[in-house]
Ligand binder design. Sequence first.
Ligand SMILES: [Zn+2]
Length: 163
Amino acid sequence: MICLDYGIRISRAALQEELAALNPSWLTSLGLKSSRRWRAAPDGDAGLEETALKETALKEIDYAGFRIKDCARCGGILKPDVVLFGENVPRQRVEHARRCLAQCDALLVIGSSLIVFSGYRLARAAGAAGTALFIINQRKTRADELALAKVEIPAAIALDYLV
Ligand SMILES: [Zn+2]
């Protein structure tokens, strides 16, 4: 998680513990008293264990009473430290990705349609530099014509095979 005011980062797990302390009855109603019943998703969401969801009648939860946690240092708003739709990829991250791309032999795109230009831009740069582009995706991507090869199977199966 990142503070929007000063860029201070805290772990999603640490935030989960603070949210649990602030909202004990709310988390109990979701069956989340145990930390094993949720996992942090890549986008910062908390994925709930399927059995926890089945035990919970979501419509009965009083969301209005949920207390959020602001940045402990400045009171600023916390958000997942990922680039959300409508945001720009931070310049340093783009430059780092371009430097990495310049040094690699191949670019592997997994599970992205490359509809968002920030990812498509890297695929195009790979194509322009003669860097081999490989895609794992079950659907059409914006860079299919640039790819040396494309594997149209679920990413989890493809990655298991590659590992
Ligand atoms: Zn802050």
